[in-house]
Design a protein. Structure first.
Length: 152
């Protein structure tokens, strides 16, 4: 448990996870239209919320990535990242159980980039674990507390 609270581990995980989320948001921010097709391909949501999801999800990824990378409100960003990753894993898992390979939309806005849904779930699980470490195991303070009863 001590390792999971190491400030350096949190910095490293923040940089790695932040970079991943910033990279993932990049192409989708420029043009969210292909993401609509990708989300539709999952066959989970009704048509109504798909456009809103395609517009706002990349911005949430950008916000989470920038916060994870910078360290500002890192635990809040880890909560956002955990929520996003859980949503992605559930959506991919549903299609994996259905036997449907999907265009993930994770790092590419191309609907042609179809992958095995089970492999995508396995790829996302370590990222979810890293986000949960950042969320559930805050780093211990690097400052040494004075002994009880001792004035500073």
């Amino acid at each position: 448990m001590t390792l999971l609270r190491n400030p350096w581990l949190h910095r490293i995980l923040g940089v790695v996870m932040g970079g991943i989320f910033l990279y993932a948001a990049g192409s989708k921010l420029v043009d969210p239209r292909p993401l609509v097709t990708i989300i539709w391909g999952y066959r989970i949501l009704p048509a109504g919320p798909i456009n809103l999801l395609a517009i706002y999800m990349p911005w949430v990824e950008l916000l989470a990535g920038a916060s994870l990378l910078s360290g500002y409100k890192r635990r809040a960003a880890a909560l956002l990242a955990s929520g996003l990753l859980t949503m992605f894993i559930v959506a991919l898992g549903i299609n994996a159980v259905r036997g449907v390979n999907v265009a993930c939309g994770c790092f590419s806005a191309s609907a042609e980039d179809v992958s095995n849904a089970w492999l995508l779930v396995l790829r996302d699980l370590p990222m979810l674990a890293a986000a949960l470490v950042l969320l559930l195991f805050p780093p211990r303070s690097s400052a040494v507390a004075p002994a009880p009863g001792r004035k500073t």
